[in-house]
Design a protein around this ligand. Structure first.
Ligand SMILES: Cc1ncc(COP(=O)(O)O)c(C=O)c1O
Length: 348
């Protein structure tokens, strides 16, 4: 039983959708219609009228494309961070010639707003990056105060909402480029990078005329030819089915289900003496990272071998100390999480 924080297990109907006969996305109008429908449904999940694009490639492609398309050599980018993905934006920025300024906090802390305010007062920035749910630490960041500051200072915002979109509300309408991925809360297969792009972001991208090729968002802009390369038809069909399930249930019901399952997971953890790594008030409804100092790999192995339950450890500095239960999408399910926690109780 796969209960990692992405890829998640997939609902049976999404798996079945993948066995539909293949159509050629470049010549068969049925694919274009389906793709348009997927974009409309994603607009509803994002809660925005901004243009949405779905690129063939996993989540990282979206992060890199957002930076490659908005950052030219010499551009100043503020990377706000309290986790590995927030820190990692500096690598993208530097690799496209931008000047990155990292404003960071400890991984178990909240976003450093006082430092952010000071840094913005001390210099001009073109673009800001940040992460909504830091999946490796199980932290959901409150974005509004940072977005207020970026608004005040007229900075274009890029937000990684890869592991929150579709599982908890994301303030997409306040974000210029908001990023998601198919294999997290949508419970579709990995392979599609999703982005909503504001008019201001398109303006900047057109101005920049990005030199990058495959990571350039510009060829995806506009209704005439919405996908410039052969699309990953089977994955789009699977995402379409996943979106039908999500919207059929209703976004509010989906968000409530994530909250309920997350609360249950943490209550079971507390009974076992396990606390969420960033503290309960900062933990994401989509993933719980339990602190298990020095025992993460051993517990992960025993759960997989003896109970057929696959969880994730942390990574980087947290690899040995954190065990993560992904309760997102199809896995935001009381029975599935109960089974994982029963297994953990047996091995604790
Ligand atoms: C917050 C966050 N951003 C980006 C990614 C990258 O997505 P992918 O692994 O699909 O490239 C992940 C994947 O786990 C993630 O958790």
């Amino acid at each position: 039983m796969l209960l990692t924080p992405g890829p998640t297990a997939m609902p049976p109907s999404v798996r079945e959708a993948m066995s539909e006969e293949l159509i050629n996305p470049d010549v068969d109008p049925r694919f274009a219609d389906r793709y348009d429908a997927v974009l409309d449904k994603l607009g509803t999940v994002f809660g925005t009228d901004d243009e949405v694009v779905v690129m063939g490639g996993e989540g990282i492609l979206g992060l890199e494309a957002a930076v490659a398309s908005t950052v030219a050599p010499g551009d100043r980018v503020l990377c706000l961070s309290n986790g590995p993905y927030g820190d990692g934006f500096t690598d993208f920025v530097e690799s496209y010639g931008g000047e990155s300024t990292l404003v960071d906090a400890d991984y178990d802390d909240s976003l450093p707003l006082a430092d952010l305010e000071r840094t913005l007062a001390g210099g001009e920035y073109d673009v800001a990056t940040m992460v909504h749910c830091e999946t490796p630490t199980g932290t959901l960041n409150e974005l509004s105060p940072a977005l207020d500051l970026f608004d005040e200072h007229d900075v274009l915002t890029v937000v990684d909402a890869v592991s929150s979109l579709g599982g908890t509300p994301v303030p997409t309408d306040r974000i210029d480029i908001c990023l998601g991925a198919s294999q997290k809360c949508f419970s579709a297969p990995p392979g599609l990078a999703i982005a909503s792009v504001s008019a201001a972001a398109w303006e900047r991208i057109e101005d920049r005329d990005p030199a990058s090729l495959y990571t350039n968002l510009l060829p995806w802009h506009g209704a005439e030819q919405p996908y410039p390369y052969t699309h990953l038809t089977t994955l789009v069909v699977a995402l379409d089915e996943a979106l039908d399930l999500l919207l059929g249930e209703g976004l509010d019901a989906v968000y409530d289900r994530h909250q309920e399952v997350a609360a249950h997971c943490r209550a079971r953890g507390r009974d076992l003496g396990l606390e969420p790594y960033p503290g309960p008030e900062r933990s994401s409804p989509t993933v719980t990272a339990f602190s298990v100092p020095g025992r993460a790999t051993e517990l992960q192995d025993r759960l997989r071998e003896d109970h057929d339950v696959t969880l994730s450890t942390g990574f980087g500095d947290l690899a040995a100390d954190v065990l993560r239960v992904g309760h997102m999408g199809y896995n935001a399910d009381l029975d599935r999480v109960e089974r994982a926690m029963d297994a953990l109780a047996a091995e604790r």
